[in-house]
Design a protein around this ligand. Structure first.
Ligand SMILES: C[S@@+](CC[C@H](N)C(=O)[O-])C[C@H]1O[C@@H](n2cnc3c(N)ncnc32)[C@H](O)[C@@H]1O
Length: 366
């Protein structure tokens, strides 16, 4: 089985897309195990349980960041030239249809970014990240936004993720307003998760539920005195993690995630049990109650956890979810020096045809 895509030779999104899917899987498995074997001692890997999950081939993405130029949506190609894309085989059908509707509008923009989202309940949303002058002009001329509003599309604009609202006097920007753009697992039920269109979420809500289920099997019946979560985003994993301890601390520094995070904690009755820190320093200064029977759960951006593992950590349990193998290995080498061993390692491929994958891992100190 091979990806059918007319852009395969020029688009940068799918560098492995010219391979048969079986070959892709084998090359990712090999990369994963080879790099882990190089990075860790035999001792650290002696009892590791490995698993490899390839849950999806195409048609799954429900959000996409496009460049808008030349009246089209697209991306930059391998030569960094704008490549207009009619449709991407990785996108879910509603996302493809929404993109087609969006470019019927003659946007008065030379260059800008548009993030498109489809929610689990089928709502469409677009985040227009444009030059200030373009934003002002689009708000002042009803013809650009009216058809979107008539079709029930949610529109956010600008770096602050402000919601566009329609008033008697026309369109204007209002405070960011989260909507259930995503879903997660809480108390073993699939529940809506509030986010902004401009917030971080994983690639697809159903794959996300599968990730949470795997992480829950890692933890089994364990319970912790406390959980520290680094990179909580809008609270995607915070909800299920709260089932394992009576108190939690989360570190998250992006206000586009913090706004919905606070709303999600309130909606699910967790405000009193979860303390939020906006950076590692304020977390450290607060001297939170992290002891041996605590869990560090980290899901950082590609750059990794920064200084979080530089000094010895008090907890005996670390769960690390990563989409970037290099920073994962750099960070977890520090854990090995502190006496941790890798107990579980799952390659969860939520990026088919790309050369990266999600790593779900659980480290224990003996
Ligand atoms: C890969 S996302 C994961 C978000 C969330 N766990 C989820 O599954 O949706 C990484 C998150 O880490 C946050 N982050 C990155 N660097 C950070 C830092 N230095 N301090 C706190 N949060 C950070 C980002 O804003 C982002 O929300």
């Amino acid at each position: 089985m091979k990806l059918a895509c007319k852009y395969i030779d020029s688009c940068r999104g799918c560098p492995l897309g010219h391979l048969e899917f079986e070959e892709q899987k084998n090359s990712k498995k090999k990369k994963f195990t080879d790099r882990l074997n190089q990075a860790f001692s035999v001792h650290a890997l002696a009892q590791t349980e490995f698993d490899y999950v390839f849950p999806v081939f195409d048609g799954y993405r429900t959000r996409c960041d496009f460049v808008y130029a030349e009246g089209r949506l697209g991306w930059y190609d391998q030569q960094k030239k704008f490549l207009p894309i009619d449709e991407c085989p990785l996108h879910a059908r509603p996302l493809i249809e929404f993109a087609k509707e969006l470019i019927k509008i003659s946007w008065p923009i030379r260059l800008g970014s548009m993030r498109l989202r489809i929610s689990p309940d089928g709502k469409s949303g677009v985040w227009l990240d444009l030059a200030n002058l373009d934003t002002k002009y689009i708000l002042s001329e009803p013809k650009y936004l009216t058809s979107l509003f008539d079709a029930g599309v949610v529109v956010e604009m600008g770096q602050k993720g402000k919601r566009v609202v329609k008033t008697e006097k026309g369109f204007k920007l209002s405070d960011p307003e989260p909507y259930s753009w995503f879903q997660t697992l809480f108390n073993d039920k699939i529940v809506p998760l509030n986010a902004l269109i401009s917030s971080f979420t994983q690639t697809n809500p159903d794959l996300n539920i599968r990730i949470v289920k795997i992480l829950k099997t890692f933890l089994g019946q364990t319970s912790f005195d406390s959980v520290l979560e680094f990179g909580s985003g809008v609270g995607n994993f915070t909800l299920f993690l709260s089932e394992y301890a009576s108190s939690m601390s989360v570190i998250e520094n992006d206000f586009r995630n913090l706004i919905p995070l606070k709303q999600n904690l309130e909606q699910y009755g967790l405000t009193d049990r979860v303390a939020i820190y906006e950076n590692v320093n304020t977390f450290v200064l607060s001297k939170p109650p992290i002891g041996k029977n605590s869990l560090y759960f980290v899901n950082p951006a590609r750059s990794g956890v920064g200084s979080l593992f530089d000094s010895p950590i008090d907890a005996n349990h670390v769960m690390y979810v990563s989409c970037h193998l290099d920073s994962f290995l750099l960070d977890t080498a520090k854990l090995e020096h502190q006496g941790f061993r890798l107990s579980k390692a799952t390659l969860f491929d939520q990026f088919p045809h790309a050369d990266h994958f999600e790593i779900l891992s659980y480290f224990l100190k003996y």
